[in-house]
Design a protein around this ligand. Structure first.
Ligand SMILES: [Zn+2]
Length: 500
């Protein structure tokens, strides 16, 4: 048993963090002898580090209160900032429209073009500010609050988890029979989902919503081999169909009946094979548990198109219906994950927790380092703007609950054999992918944005760039853009920065 917990003993804390000065907790910090981080600085750390550190740390109630209030104030001021931006962009837009009207038909083509561009850009900026204040910022703060909860509550949960392992009561939990994976029945009738999955694929193709496949046999073969390895060690009893799609979206999803799709953006973001395996295992779990069938019951594939129609309406009216528009603003595309009905993907609050649990089990059974999913989830949750996009986040089961449940399940897995984190094949896939990504990025730059570009030839507003691991505080200090000033020429794509 000792070995089981070896991984979770406290490790020496390296304070090599470069975080922003904390919002307010400094005044409360006691004159500690050892160089300790402030509570706020701990919240910038990955979940996995916090699981290890939490049992070794203690915070006073005033410290915790101060941090909670600081987070609340930070969220409020950040949201208000973007609400204010939105109002200012609206006012400027109004002024530009007035100018256009007053000038009337005698206005020369060039100044008219400039005014059209100005209105168009202001509309984009206002939408972006709206989505930030209403969605992206609240979720970034949810993530920070979850980390705070984790620091406070994990020590006790960890104690209970240890006790449950020692007295064997952990074997009473649902799906505890991990040594029988493949021989147990999570949900009867997987075969019945094949037809629905085929129909969904057909409909998506017909509607032009399914991106083409990545044109690299090596990449397709690699991802298929990882997915098949996991499927072989899962409760899936139907054949798996795996496709890597040519899309920048950081997403993977499984349609019912074993149709697994990995988008190119996910392969770019994943850092090792265990992360990729964690995501794939989670998606396969949705299919083995037939979550989609349970949610859709008699509903038909047509419900996918209800959402697609809504998306089209947003495109045409410039309204902000949600994060989808934000994606389009930021990255020039609509995420496929946003167009698909969550019911079809089997996504619901309870089912996410179940897919997280079974996903850990399948990754373990296939011989992977089970922390892969947590590490990837953390990365995406920290990356402002993604949190609403990927289907794993879209039902918002509390981050805290999901991370804690997943970590508990990881601790319940028997420690046997090696746990694969990285492979030469994964690294080779990255090499194979590089020219494909470079080519696609080049095409993206030259491709006019489909969205709201009624007026061609306008210099677009500057993009807000989010880097992995960037604290939300940095996004909150973004200034109002001056649309009258010419924007700098298209900068090269930023390269990923090392994680904190
Ligand atoms: Zn899911």
């Amino acid at each position: 048993m000792n070995e089981l917990f070896r991984k979770c003993t406290a490790s020496a804390l390296s304070c090599m963090m470069s975080v922003l000065p904390c919002l307010s907790a400094q005044a409360q910090a006691p004159p500690a002898p050892a160089p300790q981080l402030t509570l706020h600085q701990y919240l910038q750390k990955p979940y996995l580090d916090l699981f290890e550190l939490a049992p070794t740390l203690s915070f006073t109630p005033p410290e915790v209160d101060t941090e909670r209030q600081a987070l609340k104030r930070g969220e409020d001021s950040c949201r208000n900032r973007f609400k204010d931006h939105s109002r200012q962009y609206s006012r400027q837009m109004e002024a530009a429209r007035k100018e256009l009207k007053q000038a009337g038909p005698k206005l020369e083509n060039q100044p008219r073009h400039q005014l059209h561009c100005k209105i168009q850009n202001l509309e984009l900026l206002r939408s972006e500010a709206d989505v930030l204040s209403s969605q992206a910022i609240p979720h970034a703060y949810d993530n920070l609050n979850a980390k705070l909860d984790l620091l406070l509550k994990w020590p006790e949960i960890y104690r209970q988890t240890t006790a449950a392992i020692n007295d064997g009561s952990y074997n009473q939990r649902r799906w505890a029979d991990v040594k029988d994976i493949g021989f147990r029945e999570i949900a009867p009738g997987q075969r019945d989902d094949i037809k629905r999955g085929q129909e969904a694929v057909e409909e998506l193709k017909r509607a032009g919503l399914l991106p083409p496949q990545v044109e690299s046999k090596a990449v397709q073969d690699y991802v298929r081999s990882v997915a098949e390895r996991i499927a072989k060690h899962s409760d899936l009893k139907i054949p798996l169909h795996v496709s890597v799609l040519e899309s920048r979206e950081i997403n993977a999803f499984a349609l019912p009946g074993g149709y697994l799709y990995i988008e190119r953006g996910l392969l770019e973001e994943a850092e090792d094979e265990a992360q990729l395996a964690g995501v794939i295992a989670h998606e396969i779990a949705h299919d083995t548990a037939r979550h989609s069938a349970k949610l859709m019951k008699r509903a038909t594939i047509a419900s996918i198109f209800y959402q697609a129609a809504q998306v089209a309406a947003v495109l045409l009216t410039g309204g902000v219906a949600g994060i989808g528009l934000y994606y389009a603003l930021q990255y020039g595309y609509y995420g496929l994950g946003l167009v698909l009905s969550l019911k079809l993907l089997g996504v619901s609050r309870d089912y996410e927790l179940e897919a997280d649990q079974l996903g850990v089990q399948y990754a373990w059974s296939a011989g992977y380092d089970t922390t892969g999913f947590i590490r990837f989830f953390d990365k995406m949750a920290t990356k402002v703007g993604y949190v609403n996009g990927v289907s794993w986040f879209r039902t918002h089961p509390p981050f805290f609950e999901r991370m804690v449940q997943t970590q508990r399940e990881i601790l319940f897995m028997p420690r046997e054999g090696t746990q694969i984190t990285q492979t030469p094949e994964f690294l080779q896939m990255k090499k194979d992918l590089a020219p494909i990504t470079a080519k696609a990025d080049k095409e993206d730059v030259n491709k006019p944005s489909l969205l709201l570009t009624k007026e061609e030839g306008c210099a677009p507003p500057r993009k807000l760039e989010y880097k992995p691991g960037q604290p939300i505080d940095q996004v909150c200090s973004v200034e109002l853009q001056n649309v009258d000033q010419p924007q700098p020429a298209e900068e090269p794509q930023p390269t990923s920065q090392p994680q904190n």
